[in-house]
Design a protein around this ligand. Structure first.
Ligand SMILES: [Zn+2]
Ligand SMILES: [Zn+2]
Ligand SMILES: [Zn+2]
Length: 139
């Protein structure tokens, strides 16, 4: 398992430190996007700054992408196509109004938008709001 995790990091040109391996392992177990605070509460033996730097390194190297929702930033694993400074994630996100979780909808691609010339588009964020599978069963 550890060898597999190491390979994932090396493929993205990230030096596999113990902390980075733990954070990667944690992300692989999630089915929703994770905020720094979520991560912090599950990593009680390490400090916020180290975790934040780990997230930023992963984002820069194309291992994680960030999603801004309100004033919260959450992170989720990228597809294999992402690389340093180049994110190829073109899926939309879903935010559940009940449990507040944010999901990557990998099967739903962002539509093409025609931006007027002179503007340089870098990123298109689409967040669909509603109830997730679990929450829609309860309500
Ligand atoms: Zn990405
Ligand atoms: Zn929900
Ligand atoms: Zn995503």
């Amino acid at each position: 398992m550890n060898q597999e995790l190491e390979n994932i990091l090396r493929n993205k040109d990230i030096n596999p430190t113990a902390m980075r391996l733990l954070v990667l392992e944690y992300f692989l177990k999630q089915n929703t996007a994770i905020s720094l605070s979520d991560l912090e509460s599950d990593f009680d033996y390490s400090d916020r700054t180290t975790l934040f730097r780990t997230l930023k390194t992963f984002e820069k190297k194309g291992l994680l992408h960030s999603i801004n929702e309100g004033n919260i930033t959450v992170y989720a694993l990228c597809t294999d196509d992402c690389s340093e400074e180049h994110h190829a994630d073109s899926h939309i996100h879903f935010c559940c109004k009940n449990c507040k979780k944010i999901f990557c909808m990998h099967s739903v691609k962002t539509p093409y938008v025609n931006i007027p010339s002179g503007f340089i588009a870098e990123k298109l964020d689409i967040i669909v709001h509603g109830l997730c599978v679990e929450c829609s069963k309860i309500t």
